[in-house]
Design a protein around this ligand. Structure first.
Ligand code: GLP
Length: 256
């Protein structure tokens, strides 16, 4: 894991944007795994302003609520179109977001996995992190080998996401999410986290034991993970000084 600590979400996002932009320039037909939530919003804005060529890019979103109509203001379909897809030259045919209204959800999930494989696998997966350490919607105790499937949200996640809905009761309790096993197959994972409320989840994920209690901790087993965080999100890391030192002393060819 490479832990990249910057003073603000803005400067941290610039690093993440350079990583994504480099991939799209080097591999125009790249396959990107995309995330939702408040964390990647800035990144999408920066990427839009970079005016990159998305015409050959394929995307797979991590997750979606079950039962929300796709045009619901809080569906991840709406989120992605409003915050990224409407502003770039991506081919609609290349966009994949889990269908939370699929009649046969297990069948849909199997198909989603096959589509990822048929696209050649995910080159770069963007990830946020829940305050309980979830990635995608893989809540604590999710199997570390799980594939795309239905999950029931924890009450904590429902409470965390109530800010996007009118109330906690309106947050759907069921979701489709890529599994942890699916995420682990991406060539690179780029996790972003900002703010003090993510500090515990980040400390456990980076420096704690690998455990399904903090699903993000499994990333310790992945060969290529970049963690872009701000100072508040880094505030509970015991080895933060070491991560800063490593970043400041990166060989020129490794810089972003
Ligand atoms: C949601 C999403 C996750 C996201 C997390 C954190 O539950 N399914 O993919 O990482 O919340 O969201 P935020 O970035 O708003 O803190």
């Amino acid at each position: 894991m490479e832990i990249i600590i910057h003073s603000s979400p803005e400067t941290s996002t610039q690093v993440a944007a350079r990583i994504v932009a480099r991939l799209l320039r080097e591999k125009p037909a790249a396959v990107l795994g995309l995330a939702t939530g408040s964390t990647p919003l800035r990144l999408y804005r920066v990427l839009i302003n970079m005016e990159l060529d998305w015409s050959m890019v394929t995307t797979f979103n991590l997750d979606e609520y079950i039962g929300l109509p796709p045009d619901h203001p809080q569906s991840y379909h709406t989120f992605m179109w409003e915050n990224l897809f409407s502003h770039i030259n991506i081919d609609k045919e290349n966009i994949h977001i889990p269908d939370g209204n699929a009649k046969d959800i297990p069948e849909f999930c199997g198909k989603y996995e096959k589509q990822i494989r048929a696209a050649g696998g995910i080159d770069l997966q963007l990830l946020g992190i829940g305050t309980d350490g979830h990635i995608g919607f893989n809540e604590p105790t999710s199997s570390l080998a799980s594939r795309t499937r239905i999950k029931t949200l924890t009450q904590k996640t429902c409470r965390d996401n109530a800010r996007f809905f009118g109330s906690e009761q309106e947050v759907p309790k069921h979701v489709i999410t890529m599994g942890i096993g699916t995420i682990m197959e991406a060539h690179m994972n780029l996790l972003m986290a900002f703010g003090e409320n993510k500090a515990t989840a980040i400390a456990e994920a980076v420096e704690g034991p690998v455990t399904s209690i903090n699903p993000a901790s499994v990333l310790q087993m992945h060969p290529l993970v970049k963690v872009c965080i701000d100072e508040p999100a880094a505030s509970r890391l015991k080895r933060a000084d070491y991560y800063r030192w490593v970043y400041e002393n990166k060989p020129a060819w490794q810089t972003f």
